[in-house]
Design a protein around this ligand. Sequence first.
Ligand SMILES: CC(C)(COP(=O)(O)OP(=O)(O)OC[C@H]1O[C@@H](n2cnc3c(N)ncnc32)[C@H](O)[C@@H]1OP(=O)(O)O)[C@@H](O)C(=O)NCCC(=O)NCCS
Length: 186
Amino acid sequence: MSLFAAFDAERPAVPRVSVDPAFLIRDAEPRDVDALAALSAARNGRPLDRAREGMRRRLDFENALLLVATIGDAFLGYAGAQVLEPPPQPDGSATPSGWYLTGLVVAPAHRRRGVGAGLTSARMERLASHDVFAFMSDANRASIVLHENLGFARVLDHFAYPGVSFTGGSGSLYRLAHRGGDAKMA
Ligand SMILES: CC(C)(COP(=O)(O)OP(=O)(O)OC[C@H]1O[C@@H](n2cnc3c(N)ncnc32)[C@H](O)[C@@H]1OP(=O)(O)O)[C@@H](O)C(=O)NCCC(=O)NCCS
Protein backbone atom coordinates (compact mmCIF):
# COMPACT_ATOMS: atom_id res chain seq x y z
CA MET A 1 0.00 0.00 0.00
CA SER A 2 1.44 3.41 -0.84
CA LEU A 3 1.52 6.15 1.80
CA PHE A 4 -0.88 8.51 0.03
CA ALA A 5 -3.81 7.82 -2.30
CA ALA A 6 -3.16 8.88 -5.88
CA PHE A 7 -4.98 12.16 -6.51
CA ASP A 8 -7.87 11.61 -8.89
CA ALA A 9 -10.00 14.63 -9.80
CA GLU A 10 -12.70 12.37 -11.28
CA ARG A 11 -15.34 11.04 -8.90
CA PRO A 12 -15.58 7.27 -9.30
CA ALA A 13 -18.96 5.88 -10.25
CA VAL A 14 -19.40 3.67 -7.20
CA PRO A 15 -22.14 3.97 -4.60
CA ARG A 16 -21.15 6.06 -1.58
CA VAL A 17 -21.34 3.84 1.48
CA SER A 18 -21.80 6.87 3.74
CA VAL A 19 -25.49 6.79 2.85
CA ASP A 20 -25.71 3.06 3.60
CA PRO A 21 -27.42 2.59 6.98
CA ALA A 22 -25.07 -0.35 7.68
CA PHE A 23 -22.02 1.98 7.56
CA LEU A 24 -21.12 2.53 11.19
CA ILE A 25 -18.69 4.87 12.92
CA ARG A 26 -17.95 4.17 16.56
CA ASP A 27 -15.19 4.43 19.17
CA ALA A 28 -12.43 1.87 18.76
CA GLU A 29 -12.46 -0.99 21.26
CA PRO A 30 -9.87 -3.62 22.29
CA ARG A 31 -11.45 -6.10 19.82
CA ASP A 32 -10.40 -3.75 16.98
CA VAL A 33 -6.68 -3.85 17.75
CA ASP A 34 -5.80 -6.49 15.12
CA ALA A 35 -7.71 -4.74 12.33
CA LEU A 36 -6.34 -1.32 13.33
CA ALA A 37 -2.80 -2.67 13.43
CA ALA A 38 -3.11 -4.48 10.11
CA LEU A 39 -4.23 -1.30 8.35
CA SER A 40 -1.64 0.88 10.07
CA ALA A 41 1.21 -1.59 9.41
CA ALA A 42 0.27 -1.94 5.74
CA ARG A 43 0.01 1.82 5.26
CA ASN A 44 3.17 2.78 7.12
CA GLY A 45 5.28 -0.25 6.14
CA ARG A 46 5.86 -1.13 9.81
CA PRO A 47 6.03 -4.56 11.48
CA LEU A 48 2.63 -5.84 12.56
CA ASP A 49 3.59 -6.54 16.17
CA ARG A 50 4.82 -2.98 16.68
CA ALA A 51 1.65 -1.61 15.11
CA ARG A 52 -0.42 -3.82 17.41
CA GLU A 53 1.47 -2.55 20.46
CA GLY A 54 1.07 1.04 19.28
CA MET A 55 -2.68 0.65 18.80
CA ARG A 56 -3.07 -1.01 22.21
CA ARG A 57 -1.32 1.98 23.79
CA ARG A 58 -3.39 4.39 21.75
CA LEU A 59 -6.63 2.96 23.10
CA ASP A 60 -5.49 4.02 26.57
CA PHE A 61 -4.47 7.57 25.66
CA GLU A 62 -6.12 10.29 27.69
CA ASN A 63 -7.50 13.34 25.90
CA ALA A 64 -7.70 11.36 22.68
CA LEU A 65 -10.25 9.87 20.31
CA LEU A 66 -9.92 6.82 18.11
CA LEU A 67 -12.86 6.09 15.81
CA VAL A 68 -13.37 3.16 13.45
CA ALA A 69 -15.65 2.70 10.45
CA THR A 70 -17.15 -0.73 9.80
CA ILE A 71 -19.75 -2.20 7.54
CA GLY A 72 -20.94 -5.64 8.56
CA ASP A 73 -17.78 -7.59 9.35
CA ALA A 74 -15.58 -5.42 7.14
CA PHE A 75 -13.17 -2.94 8.74
CA LEU A 76 -13.12 0.17 6.55
CA GLY A 77 -10.77 2.53 8.34
CA TYR A 78 -9.86 4.52 11.40
CA ALA A 79 -9.21 8.08 12.48
CA GLY A 80 -7.80 9.66 15.59
CA ALA A 81 -7.58 12.96 17.38
CA GLN A 82 -5.66 14.04 20.42
CA VAL A 83 -4.72 17.06 22.45
CA LEU A 84 -1.24 18.24 21.47
CA GLU A 85 0.91 21.01 22.84
CA PRO A 86 3.45 21.54 20.08
CA PRO A 87 6.58 23.50 20.95
CA PRO A 88 7.27 26.76 19.08
CA GLN A 89 8.16 26.52 15.41
CA PRO A 90 11.86 26.60 14.43
CA ASP A 91 11.54 30.36 13.77
CA GLY A 92 10.28 30.85 17.33
CA SER A 93 6.65 31.54 16.40
CA ALA A 94 3.92 30.13 18.62
CA THR A 95 2.09 26.95 17.67
CA PRO A 96 -1.49 26.45 18.84
CA SER A 97 -2.16 23.84 21.51
CA GLY A 98 -5.43 21.97 21.33
CA TRP A 99 -7.19 19.15 19.52
CA TYR A 100 -5.37 17.84 16.46
CA LEU A 101 -6.76 15.29 14.01
CA THR A 102 -4.29 12.42 13.79
CA GLY A 103 -4.01 9.26 11.73
CA LEU A 104 -6.80 8.97 9.17
CA VAL A 105 -6.50 5.77 7.12
CA VAL A 106 -9.12 4.09 4.91
CA ALA A 107 -8.47 0.60 3.52
CA PRO A 108 -7.64 0.90 -0.19
CA ALA A 109 -10.58 -1.31 -1.24
CA HIS A 110 -13.02 1.06 0.46
CA ARG A 111 -11.66 4.43 -0.61
CA ARG A 112 -13.56 7.17 -2.39
CA ARG A 113 -16.90 6.18 -0.96
CA GLY A 114 -17.18 8.78 1.77
CA VAL A 115 -15.51 6.82 4.58
CA GLY A 116 -12.65 9.30 5.14
CA ALA A 117 -15.05 12.24 5.06
CA GLY A 118 -17.43 10.37 7.38
CA LEU A 119 -14.69 9.66 9.91
CA THR A 120 -13.56 13.27 9.77
CA SER A 121 -17.09 14.67 10.13
CA ALA A 122 -17.62 12.35 13.11
CA ARG A 123 -14.46 13.68 14.78
CA MET A 124 -15.57 17.25 14.08
CA GLU A 125 -18.93 16.54 15.71
CA ARG A 126 -17.28 14.98 18.74
CA LEU A 127 -15.02 18.03 19.07
CA ALA A 128 -17.75 20.53 18.32
CA SER A 129 -16.93 22.79 21.25
CA HIS A 130 -13.20 22.95 20.49
CA ASP A 131 -10.83 24.55 18.05
CA VAL A 132 -9.58 21.75 15.78
CA PHE A 133 -6.25 21.58 13.91
CA ALA A 134 -4.66 19.12 11.52
CA PHE A 135 -1.29 18.91 9.81
CA MET A 136 -0.50 17.06 6.65
CA SER A 137 2.06 16.67 3.95
CA ASP A 138 1.82 19.19 1.12
CA ALA A 139 2.19 16.19 -1.21
CA ASN A 140 -1.02 14.54 0.04
CA ARG A 141 -3.52 16.25 -2.23
CA ALA A 142 -6.29 13.70 -1.59
CA SER A 143 -6.16 14.45 2.13
CA ILE A 144 -5.86 18.22 1.62
CA VAL A 145 -8.95 18.33 -0.62
CA LEU A 146 -10.89 16.12 1.79
CA HIS A 147 -10.14 18.43 4.73
CA GLU A 148 -10.68 21.66 2.78
CA ASN A 149 -14.08 20.40 1.63
CA LEU A 150 -15.03 19.96 5.28
CA GLY A 151 -14.01 23.48 6.28
CA PHE A 152 -10.31 23.29 7.13
CA ALA A 153 -8.11 26.11 5.90
CA ARG A 154 -4.33 26.29 5.78
CA VAL A 155 -3.00 28.61 8.46
CA LEU A 156 0.74 27.89 8.43
CA ASP A 157 3.20 26.70 5.78
CA HIS A 158 6.35 24.71 6.62
CA PHE A 159 4.81 23.36 9.81
CA ALA A 160 7.24 21.47 12.04
CA TYR A 161 6.38 18.96 14.74
CA PRO A 162 8.95 16.97 16.74
CA GLY A 163 9.39 13.46 15.35
CA VAL A 164 7.33 14.12 12.21
CA SER A 165 9.00 14.19 8.81
CA PHE A 166 6.67 14.97 5.95
CA THR A 167 6.87 12.74 2.90
CA GLY A 168 7.60 15.07 0.00
CA GLY A 169 9.52 17.44 2.26
CA SER A 170 7.03 19.90 3.68
CA GLY A 171 3.78 19.97 5.59
CA SER A 172 1.24 22.60 6.56
CA LEU A 173 -1.00 23.33 9.51
CA TYR A 174 -4.77 23.53 8.97
CA ARG A 175 -7.48 24.84 11.22
CA LEU A 176 -11.18 24.16 11.09
CA ALA A 177 -12.27 27.58 9.94
CA HIS A 178 -16.03 27.62 10.11
CA ARG A 179 -16.20 27.43 13.88
CA GLY A 180 -13.26 29.76 14.53
CA GLY A 181 -14.67 32.34 12.12
CA ASP A 182 -11.26 33.54 11.02
CA ALA A 183 -8.91 31.02 9.43
CA LYS A 184 -5.80 33.08 10.21
CA MET A 185 -3.58 32.31 13.17
CA ALA A 186 -4.19 34.48 16.18
C1 LIG B 1 -6.97 10.27 2.27
C2 LIG B 1 -7.96 9.13 2.55
C3 LIG B 1 -8.14 8.99 4.07
C4 LIG B 1 -9.31 9.48 1.91
O1 LIG B 1 -10.28 8.53 2.32
P1 LIG B 1 -11.55 8.19 1.40
O2 LIG B 1 -12.49 7.40 2.19
O3 LIG B 1 -11.10 7.64 0.11
O4 LIG B 1 -12.13 9.67 1.15
P2 LIG B 1 -13.64 10.08 0.78
O5 LIG B 1 -14.23 9.06 -0.11
O6 LIG B 1 -14.37 10.37 2.04
O7 LIG B 1 -13.38 11.42 -0.03
C5 LIG B 1 -13.99 12.65 0.32
C6 LIG B 1 -13.50 13.70 -0.66
O8 LIG B 1 -12.08 13.89 -0.51
C7 LIG B 1 -11.45 14.06 -1.80
N1 LIG B 1 -10.64 12.89 -2.11
C8 LIG B 1 -10.48 11.77 -1.37
N2 LIG B 1 -9.61 10.93 -1.97
C9 LIG B 1 -9.24 11.52 -3.10
C10 LIG B 1 -8.35 11.14 -4.16
N3 LIG B 1 -7.70 9.97 -4.13
N4 LIG B 1 -8.18 11.99 -5.18
C11 LIG B 1 -8.82 13.16 -5.23
N5 LIG B 1 -9.68 13.60 -4.26
C12 LIG B 1 -9.87 12.77 -3.21
C13 LIG B 1 -12.61 14.17 -2.78
O9 LIG B 1 -13.01 15.53 -2.81
C14 LIG B 1 -13.66 13.30 -2.11
O10 LIG B 1 -14.98 13.61 -2.53
P3 LIG B 1 -15.59 12.95 -3.87
O11 LIG B 1 -15.30 11.49 -3.83
O12 LIG B 1 -17.03 13.28 -3.79
O13 LIG B 1 -14.87 13.62 -5.02
C15 LIG B 1 -7.47 7.78 1.94
O14 LIG B 1 -7.12 7.97 0.58
C16 LIG B 1 -6.28 7.18 2.66
O15 LIG B 1 -6.45 6.41 3.61
N6 LIG B 1 -5.06 7.55 2.21
C17 LIG B 1 -3.82 7.05 2.83
C18 LIG B 1 -3.65 7.62 4.23
C19 LIG B 1 -3.65 9.15 4.24
O16 LIG B 1 -3.09 9.81 3.38
N7 LIG B 1 -4.31 9.71 5.29
C20 LIG B 1 -4.40 11.14 5.49
C21 LIG B 1 -3.26 11.58 6.34
S1 LIG B 1 -3.56 13.24 6.92
